[in-house]
Design a protein around this ligand. Structure first.
Ligand code: SAM
Length: 362
């Protein structure tokens, strides 16, 4: 019988990724769930997500808020609106707020530092930033202002695929032998004292099973604090949705399904046992009935309820038909709380840092 263990070799990881037998997959998910239970426990941590701007000057070929989408109305929340959302997060009992946005130059170093400082002073919540590829000076200023964590998915560790989906911007084009630039940024974040989160999309056109194995190894090598995994969901206003048939070119195309995302969640839990792993909105978007619950049962221990004011929510359309888009913060909260309870888990109190953070700082 195929083993399920932390020391699986690449061939074994690949075999699990391509496994389709539901009985075998139950074994995989059960093993990941047992590791989750032993390392991070029954608590599911809530991170209140504030999508502070959908303005972006990047041309990522997969993303519905990139410069490619000339139809979406752009917004940027004001400082007071953001602070109101953070206060709401505290009222709802969340330990963390996540400020996420496109790469928006108007979100200046000073503006973000001021907001972070006020949130920390007023609420004491953990603050996570996810504002794209920003300068070292920005990252230092935000850390000094009190930011705790930074999320930057590397999306794919394959330099050929990465270069295809991230047109070069402010750094030289990468060669197939180079490391993908976001990995250097993640190490920089760790070195600056951030708890760093990363992740990948599964099923990007041109992505192979070996690419996913390499992504899992990259999570392990980075010893990363948080790992977000979701299916790639084509957005009709982006080039990637139209211009490239990965299967035709590479043959070994990974499908962009919830099933593959769940297998990746389980394997990530086995390989990086004490990371925080969210049940992502992309998984919930493709399976609105049980996607979140299935991810929680396959190794995930975090969910990110949406706090973005309803007026802006639908405009942060990174992919179509996004889950939770028509809900208020309160509706999103009670829906997620019920889903967490339904799988026999409880909501975690406090900031909910990954255990590895305590190991590092002890
Ligand atoms: N601009 C920041 C960045 O790039 O890290 C944060 C915002 S970006 C919209 C957040 C994440 O959305 C990306 O890391 C990517 O994985 C995900 N995303 C964007 N477009 C997507 C798509 N079409 N399908 C699935 N996930 C997508």
């Amino acid at each position: 019988m195929r083993t399920v263990a932390a020391d699986m070799d690449d061939a074994m990881l690949r075999a699990w990724l391509t496994e389709e037998d539901p009985r075998q997959l139950e074994r995989l998910y059960a093993a990941a769930d047992a590791v989750r239970s032993a390392t991070v426990g029954p608590e599911v941590h809530l991170r209140g997500l504030i999508e502070i701007s959908n303005t972006c000057n990047r041309a990522c070929s997969y993303c519905g808020i990139s410069v490619h989408n000339t139809n979406v109305k752009r917004y940027r929340m004001g400082r007071e609106e953001i602070l109101d959302c953070a206060r709401r997060a505290q009222e709802l009992g969340y330990g963390t707020v996540v400020m996420q946005a496109g790469e928006d130059p108007q979100l200046t170093r000073e503006l973000i530092a001021g907001i972070v400082r006020t949130i920390k002073q007023e609420t004491g919540l953990a603050v996570t930033l996810s504002l794209g590829e920003r300068s070292r000076a920005d990252l230092i200023a935000w850390k000094e202002a009190g930011a705790d964590r930074y999320l930057l998915r590397f999306e794919s560790s394959n330099p050929r695929l990465y270069a295809r989906i991230h047109p070069a911007h402010g750094h030289p084009a990468i060669d197939p032998g180079d490391e993908v630039p976001r990995l250097g940024m993640l190490r920089q974040l760790q070195e600056l004292g951030y708890q760093a989160g990363t992740g990948v999309m599964v099923g990007i056109p041109g992505q192979t099973w070996d690419d996913l194995v390499a992504d899992l190894r990259t999570f392990q090598r980075l010893d990363i604090e948080m790992i977000g995994i979701g299916p790639y969901i084509p957005h009709p206003a982006t080039p990637l949705a139209h211009d490239f048939d990965g299967a035709a070119e590479y043959g070994d195309q990974v499908p962009n399904t919830v099933l593959v995302a769940l297998k990746m969640v389980a394997l990530a839990r086995l390989l990086v046992p004490d990371a925080n792993i969210p049940a992502t909105t992309a998984v919930a978007t493709l399976n609105k009935d049980t996607g979140r619950e299935d991810a929680l049962k396959a190794g995930a221990n975090v969910v990110m309820p949406n706090l973005t004011p309803p007026a802006y929510r639908a405009l942060y359309e990174i992919y179509p038909d996004k889950a939770c888009v028509n809900e208020t913060a309160e509706q999103c909260h009670s829906c997620l709380a019920a889903r967490i309870e339904s799988v026999g888990r409880c909501i975690g109190a406090g900031p909910g840092a990954a255990p590895k953070t305590h190991r590092r700082t002890a």
